[in-house]
Design a protein. Structure first.
Length: 313
């Protein structure tokens, strides 16, 4: 007959059998460090302390859309938030991301893209700003991180100024006069003799600096690009810097397939990149300088705004 182990032995073994191992690890996927002035990382007391110093919020307006074979779908969101964080380390502004997706109907031919209509995007951002105003925030820097949101950003800024007690500016526009044009001109880059826009070397360079572990340069290949004949004909003037040609070109280029213009990304590009330049020509150095020039300009504007209208005034 088999005997049960003595009670004292069961008691001695219980801690080892049922207690968590002392060396147990936390979530193996967690890699984030707490970032200063980044709202998702802050506690309520930290937000309260921030409000005692500043009433300014930086809100990136981003997108969730295809970026070719080598950049992630979240490129605009991730790059925008990272730039905003860098600004907030040097200027006392709160970084408050609101939405991942933006307006991207012309990229829907590629898997992973999520697009929202303009009125909905505006409503979400304006309502979010109203929440922040209720807590005591007053000034808002709206930072467009996706070219297709340009008109939406303008509407958001105007609606905040017209419909709420808040004061808003488009950070891209107001930081322009503070940008170091000479330093930008020194950025190593290939000559501008090819179309090089969405997902091309500028965006790839910035991504190499801002989120290097998410860039797959082994998958980067030149896109095969085709476009309507009249756009092809005006391309040399666009590349030469003719502002009228550029305005007309962009008025038709990269538009929803349902418009019938034949310029959605799936209709024009084999990879989704809107450009023929090889993305492998992108460089981390170019991305670093472009980021630093933007951050310097943003901080300079914020400092000037604080001079003109100190927090709480």
């Amino acid at each position: 007959m088999r005997r049960s182990p003595p009670v004292f032995l069961l008691l001695a073994l219980a801690p080892a059998a049922f207690a968590p191992a002392a060396s147990a690890q936390t979530n193996p996927l967690w890699t984030q460090e707490k970032v200063k002035n980044y709202l998702p990382h802050m506690t309520v007391p930290e937000v309260r302390d921030f409000l005692a110093r500043s009433d300014m919020v930086l809100i990136p307006v981003a997108a969730l859309e295809q970026h070719g074979n080598h950049l992630p779908v979240g490129t605009d969101y991730l790059n925008g938030v990272e730039q905003a964080k860098l600004v907030a380390q040097r200027a006392d502004v709160l970084v408050a991301p609101i939405l991942l997706p933006g307006q991207s109907p012309y990229h829907m031919g590629f898997e992973g893209t999520i697009t929202l209509p303009s009125p909905l995007i505006q409503e979400v951002y304006v309502e979010a700003v109203k929440s922040l105003i209720a807590h005591g925030f007053k000034r808002f820097l709206i930072m467009n991180a996706h070219g297709g949101n340009r008109a939406i950003t303008t509407f958001i800024v105007d609606r905040i100024n017209q419909e709420t007690a808040g004061i808003a500016v488009d950070l891209g526009a107001v930081s322009g006069p503070f940008r170091d044009r000479n330093r930008m001109a020194s950025v190593p880059r290939p000559p501008p003799d090819e179309l090089d826009r969405h997902g091309g070397t500028p965006e790839t360079s910035s991504s190499l600096y801002l989120m290097p572990t998410l860039v797959d340069m082994d998958a980067a290949v030149p896109a095969e690009v085709a476009m309507p004949a009249h756009l092809e004909a005006m391309l040399p003037d666009v590349l030469a810097g003719d502002p009228t040609a550029l305005a007309v070109f962009l008025a038709e280029g990269l538009k929803d397939e349902s418009t019938g213009k034949g310029t959605s990304s799936i209709e024009m590009s084999s990879t989704g990149v809107w450009g023929t330049r090889d993305p492998t020509e992108a460089t981390l150095e170019r991305g670093r300088i472009a980021t630093e020039v933007f951050v310097d300009a943003a901080v300079a504007f914020i400092e000037r705004w604080n001079e003109l209208r100190p927090s709480g005034s």
